[in-house]
Design a protein around this ligand. Structure first.
Ligand code: TYD
Ligand code: MG
Length: 454
């Protein structure tokens, strides 16, 4: 007979305890314990119970030949970019995002496009519903794409043994359950167990796996934090559900950089890659508008031109508001303080709104200068020419500081037909400005920029 016990799990780190605790002794977080009925059925064993045959042998590191295994392209340029060049054999990738953002759509598209044996396991939709989605996308159907509507992780394992795929897609990890445990699907112990079993099969078969992960209300990945520790790559799918653009960001990558960004557009026939994002991030407008400035930012290795829009208006109620969207609030306050103290602009009694166009979130300090220019342009109500791009960090003394990868930013501005770019005069050593046709202004501080513009 199975023996049932109650176990308490920390939802953050997966720590187990026999009684409820207010504070997790392992990760020190408060109020993270949840109760779960935990039954390990007698005699039950995981389908991947290791035998001595599977046991790996120790190897001398210096004697291991590093075979340069090529990345497996997903045939989707944006996804390859965020993965760091493509899939890695045996690599587990978790794609997390809010409901309805397009996780299932993206992965079904990959399953239909990749010219290899794909097993798409869905615990959320029936095979019939998946077929309807595929029809909607009007994609060329991959004849080797197998669909399995299943939630039992042991049955999935049997299926993998019967028809070994070259790519496994699990939609979603929260719907799987392992018969070794009797807790409900989606509980901490189940998510941990199912992920562990999938990792075992992926590593032993050198099978790349995509896992879909749900997100909780506060934006973190549902299930224990250990889920993120267990997988190799974590991709976050985000974007406004009401806008059609979707961003795919890497938040963890054992095989590549974590600063890459992929951009998609959701259309009626699925997700389309956006290969020239700068063109969509700069809104088309007629005539000059005050409060708008274009900055050159870097997302990973890719330069992007992004429009910043500021609105400075007289505060009607008490304390003036500072409301950034897609821009860091503290950074905005710092820039306003610099503009007051070093350049003599008065924002003290004004509301300041600062928006990054296209629903993007920018963290690159090179956007500082364009933020300052857009706010001053709105305050003074003097438009800035829409043919100028800005790229410099602003220091507390109002000085312009150098940013990385200047040549790529200037190159992107030139490619998109801009006439001038304003950058810091420092840190340009080794940058050959003469090869650019675009006019590059180099300045030391904010006041020099403002005397050129206003
Ligand atoms: P879905 O992939 O089901 O989201 P998730 O798996 O992340 O929960 O995406 C569903 C949304 O995408 C839904 O609101 C409809 C929309 N959609 C399109 O706009 N075009 C399409 O071709 C498809 C398949 C979905
Ligand atoms: Mg889905």
């Amino acid at each position: 007979m199975a023996k049932e016990k109650t176990i308490f799990f920390c939802t953050n780190c997966g720590y187990e305890s026999a009684k409820w605790l207010g504070k997790c002794p392992s990760c020190n977080n408060w109020n993270t314990f949840t109760e779960e009925k935990f039954t390990r059925a007698k005699g039950s064993q995981s389908s991947w119970k290791s035998t001595s045959k599977d046991r790996e042998q120790v190897q001398v590191l210096s004697e291991i030949t590093s075979e340069d295994k090529p990345r497996i392209s997903t045939t989707n340029l944006e996804l390859d970019r965020v993965l760091g060049g493509g899939l890695v054999a045996g690599g587990i990738t978790l794609i997390a995002g809010e409901p309805g953002i397009g996780k299932s759509t993206l992965l079904l598209q990959i399953a239909l496009q990749m010219p290899c044996k794909v097993l798409y396991v869905s615990g959320e939709e029936s095979a019939h519903q998946i077929k309807m989605r595929a029809d909607r996308m009007q994609a060329k159907l991959n004849p080797e794409c197998l669909i399995l509507s299943e939630t039992n992780v042991d049955h999935i394992a049997d299926q993998i043994n019967d028809t070994p795929p070259e790519l496994l897609i699990i939609d979603s990890i929260q719907t799987l359950n392992s018969p070794a445990l009797e807790s409900a699907a989606g509980s901490v112990s189940q998510v941990r167990q199912c992920t562990a079993e999938l990792i075992k099969v992926a590593k032993s078969r050198h099978l790349p796996v995509f896992l879909v992960g749900h997100i909780t209300k506060d934006g973190s990945i549902a299930g224990p934090k250990v889920l993120e520790h267990m997988v190799d790559t974590v991709l976050q799918f985000e974007g406004d559900q009401h806008l059609s653009y979707r961003m795919l960001r890497t938040t963890k990558n054992r095989f590549g950089s974590t600063s890459e960004l992929g951009i998609y557009e959701m259309r009626s026939d699925g997700l389309h890659e956006v290969l020239n994002p700068s063109e969509i991030l700069i809104t088309q407008r007629e005539g000059d508008l005050s409060g708008v400035a274009i900055g050159a930012t870097m997302e990973g290795n890719r330069p992007l031109l992004v429009e910043l829009q500021a609105l400075v208006s007289t505060a009607t109620y008490g304390t003036p508001q500072r409301t950034p969207t897609g821009f860091d609030n503290r950074r905005l306050n710092m820039l306003l303080a610099v503009l007051e103290k070093r350049c003599g602009f008065r924002f003290g009694s004004s509301d300041v709104f600062l928006n990054v166009a296209g629903g993007l979130r920018v963290e690159d300090p090179a956007m500082d200068l364009s933020a300052c220019v857009s706010m001053v342009s709105s305050l003074e109500d003097i438009p800035v020419s829409d043919r100028i791009v800005f790229a410099a960090e602003v220091g507390l003394g109002g000085e312009l500081r150098a940013v990385q990868r200047m040549e790529q930013r200037i190159g992107e501005a030139e490619k998109l037909g801009f006439e001038q770019i304003i950058v810091s005069k420092f840190g340009l050593k080794g940058t050959d400005l003469s090869r650019f046709k675009i006019k590059v202004h180099t300045f030391a501080n904010l006041n020099e920029v403002f005397s050129l513009l206003f």
